[in-house]
Structures are given as C-alpha cells and as structure tokens.
Design a protein around this ligand. Structure first.
Ligand code: FAD
Length: 327
C-alpha cells in the first residue's frame, strides 16, 4: 500500500496534497498497490475529496497529541501507522509541514526520505529527480529500502481526479508510543500574512523596488483582492521594511505555483526567479525592457508601474461591477 500524508486548510485538501495524491495514484498503479491516506485529528470531512483522487482508506491519527502541532509526536505517530498498516511508500507535499513530519517519520522507521522531488518512478528501486539549491540544481537519485518516503515539490504534477470516485473507508488509528516525545512545544503564534497564502494562491500580485514604498503596495493589495489572490514581493521590499518576510518570493522566501504572477517593478534576479518560475503565466510590469524578468515573462508591459497599475485597477473594478450587476 502507498500512503499519502494529507494536508488541509480549513477542511479543504491543499493543492500540494492533491498533487501528491495524483502522483501516488500513478506510482500505486505501476506497483499494483492501493492508495491510502493519513490525516491528523478528526478529518473525516476529507473523505469525499480523497475518494475522488483514488484513496481506498483514510487513516485518522487520533489522540490528545493532535491537539497542537508537534513534529516529533506527529512523525512518530505516522511512523507507527506506516508499520501497522504495512505501507511501502509514503508521499506528501513538500510543504514545511510535510517535509518536517516525513523527516521525523522516516528517521523513526530508519528508512530513506527524498524531499522536494519533481519526478518519481516506482519499481524495486524508486528513481527520482529532486530540486536542490532553491531550484538551481536538479539531482537524480534512487531510493531503496522497505519503505520509501518522498515529498513532491509544488507545481510538479497536475492534480487529476478520477472520472468515478473510489469507494473509501475511514479508520481511526490511536498510536501507542507518542506519549512523552514532544521536545518542541508551541507557545505562541503570530499570523504574519492575511487571506490567501502565497504557496497556494492562484493569482499573485508582487512588487519590488520599482513600487517605491510601503504605501505603493496599497494598489497591489487592491488588485490582489479584486483577483482573489495574494500579495508577494522581492527581497528589496522586505529589506526596506515595506512588506513582511512572509510575503517574499524567492530562494529565501516562498516558492509559488500560481496560475498568474504579476511582477511589478521587479528585475528578476536569479534568487527571485527560482521562487516565481513555477507560475504558469508571468506578467512583468517594468520600465526596463531588458530586465531579466521582462525577457522571461509570458507578457510584459513596459512603463511606470505607478501609471500602469491604476489603469489595470480601473478595468478590474469595472469588471467586478459588471459581474456583480449581472449576478
Ligand atoms: C543569498 C541571497 C538570497 C536572496 N533571496 C532572495 C529572495 O528570496 N527573493 C528575492 O526577491 N531576492 C532575493 N535576493 C536578492 C536578489 O538578488 C535581488 O537583489 C532582489 O531580488 C532585487 O529585488 P528587486 O527586483 O525588487 O530590485 P531591483 O533589482 O533593484 O529591480 C527593480 C526593478 O524595478 C524596475 N523599476 C524601477 N522603477 C520602476 C517603476 N517606476 N515602474 C516599473 N518598474 C520600475 C527596474 O527597472 C528594475 O528592473 C537574494 C540575494 C541573495 C544574495
């Protein structure tokens, strides 16, 4: 059996987990195995989505340890389930959370873990390509061992549901050995962004030095809201104190996989490019027609962002009114 560790946001399976489910279904077909899923806590509402992705059993890891996130406990619990249920492969989205829990689970079971994979082929050995150096290096590797752990880099697989959902059963699993494993305890949480998260946003309106100031981002925020997206930025914008680090796209920020990335006054340095190159369509707004992001973008508008954005906003506001009027 192949097991997918599933992540959700308020009861909705994340796009990264949908990619992991799609990958696992393909691997399981090659190996002639069923696909199971694991989730922490009472998450039976996920079953309908999971059946559409071909999952035959949803394991709910339950117990007081799920009250709050503890990577040691959650990794140990997953390791216990893997051994109990006889999983021979484990797949998760390569989110911070997915990578951390899989790292603990693989260490607990003494098996190999390859993170941030972009392709995986199953056989006696699993051959894979994984991303290193923030996207600058692709590394081919092989996994051996009784259980293979992989996490899938965002945007590597197109999520695909089955034409007919799979019958699914839900089972509770109460791990026995997680009692006093917690060495890191959450004492406080500060939300540094709001609304749609960068890693899952379908549209991102992003700004760099060319935006000029923190106030300059107000029009980017309005456009992002109108388009149902999130605001991103370059490191110059975070270093200048215009935006929080949680908005930064790039090597030392978030790697995005949006359908549309609108880059306003961003040159497209390599460290920024590795974060935004996963976007399906890039629109660059820049005064410099030779800026690297302009030359790599699908579409570019050459001009001052302070003139171009108001014009786009005007059209976006008008379009919203049209849509609301028609509804
Ligand atoms: C180890 C390391 C890690 C890094 N990690 C990251 C990272 O994660 N993310 C990241 O973004 N950077 C990162 N950087 C920094 C990166 O190298 C660049 O310095 C940064 O991305 C540049 O930001 P920028 O494009 O906003 O600024 P600039 O490179 O200064 O570009 C500004 C652009 O705005 C245009 N412009 C100016 N005025 C206007 C206007 N009025 N209208 C339209 N366009 C205008 C200019 O033509 C130019 O193309 C990292 C650097 C290092 C060394």
């Amino acid at each position: 059996m192949l097991l997918v560790l599933v992540e959700d946001e308020s009861g909705t399976v994340t796009s990264g987990s949908r990619e992991a489910l799609t990958l696992a279904r393909g691997l399981a077909a090659d190996l002639g195995l069923p696909v199971h899923a694991a989730a922490f806590g009472e998450r039976s509402e996920l079953a309908a989505t999971l059946s559409a992705y071909g999952v035959s059993t949803l394991h709910l890891l339950e117990g007081t340890f799920t009250d709050d996130y503890s990577p040691e406990c959650w990794g140990a619990a997953l390791g216990e389930l893997i051994q109990h249920a006889g999983a021979t492969g484990v797949v998760a989205a390569a989110s911070d959370w997915g990578n951390e829990v899989l790292a603990h689970a693989s260490a607990r079971t003494g098996e190999a873990f390859a993170s941030n994979c972009v392709t995986v082929h199953a056989g006696e050995r699993w051959s894979l390509t994984r991303v290193r150096g923030g996207g600058m290096l692709l590394e081919d590797a092989e996994l051996t061992g009784a259980v293979k752990f992989v996490s899938l880099a965002t945007g590597s697989v197109e999520p695909a549901e089955l034409p007919v959902p799979q019958q699914i059963a839900t089972q509770s699993f109460l791990p026995e050995q997680v009692g006093d494993l917690a060495h890191s305890t959450i004492v406080d949480r500060t939300t540094r962004g709001s609304g749609v998260s960068l890693s899952t946003a379908r549209v991102i309106v992003s700004g760099g030095r060319g935006v000029g100031s923190a106030e300059g981002f107000e029009s980017l925020e309005e456009l992002a809201t109108l388009l149902g997206g999130a605001v991103g930025c370059s490191r110059v914008a975070t270093n200048s104190g215009w935006r929080p680090h949680s908005d930064q796209v790039g090597l030392t920020g978030t790697k995005i996989a949006a359908d549309l990335y609108i880059a306003c006054g961003i040159s497209g340095a390599t460290q920024h490019w590795v974060g935004c190159m996963g976007a399906k369509t890039i629109l660059a707004i820049n005064t410099d027609p030779e800026a690297p992001l302009v030359t790599r973008a699908d579409y570019a508008v050459i001009g001052d962002v302070h003139q171009i954005l108001p014009a786009i906003l005007e059209r976006a506001r008008a379009r919203k009114q049209e849509v609301q009027g028609a509804a």
